[in-house]
Design a protein. Structure first.
Length: 175
């Protein structure tokens, strides 16, 4: 049908055709809204909140949310194809950070969802934060205080590893 074909157009979330007899047809189209950026093939692309791949972004932009990386084209939805569990989980993590009003958001530049050992964040200062994939809510709460400690240190930190229970591992950055 016409509505199904319209829904296959990138950027269209839902379409509806309403026939009004005798001589009127109305098309109702709901567009997908950009949510965050992901990098793919050396370019930035917009994703909506369902993980559907939207248009590439040709300009340098600062979206206000960390960029998602580590997602393959197969992870992302398009038209009728839903996004993978990994993409949905990454977007869910971003939404959880937004809902909580987390002070972490402005400090994060990237969330890597493609690592086998779990979530990896990168701060705007370039610190890698290995969060893991289990109990990440608890680890996020610990991370807020840790980032303040890292910022106050005189020597920069290359990475922070939170994957171990009751243990935080720091590695100083070699100058």
């Amino acid at each position: 049908t016409v509505a199904l074909r319209l829904e296959e157009v990138p950027g269209v979330r839902r379409a509806q055709v309403i026939r009004e007899l005798p001589d009127r047809v109305t098309l109702v189209v709901e567009e997908r809204q950009p949510f965050t950026l992901t990098s793919m093939g050396g370019r930035l692309h917009w994703l909506d909140e369902e993980g559907a791949l939207l248009a590439p972004e040709p300009r340098a932009v600062a979206p206000g949310l960390p960029r998602l990386s580590g997602l393959s084209p197969e992870d992302l939805g398009s038209g009728r194809t839903p996004a993978s569990e990994r993409a949905v989980a990454a977007i869910g993590l971003l939404r959880a950070l937004l809902r909580s009003g987390s002070p972490l958001l402005p400090r994060l530049s990237e969330i890597d969802a493609g690592r086998s050992d779990g979530w990896v964040f990168y701060t705007v200062e370039g610190t890698e934060i290995r969060l893991g994939s289990e109990e990440w809510e608890e680890r996020l709460a610990r991370l807020e205080g840790l980032l303040d400690q890292i910022s106050s240190r005189k020597e920069p930190v290359e990475y922070v590893d939170l994957r171990f229970k009751d243990l935080v591992v720091f590695k100083p950055r070699v100058r």
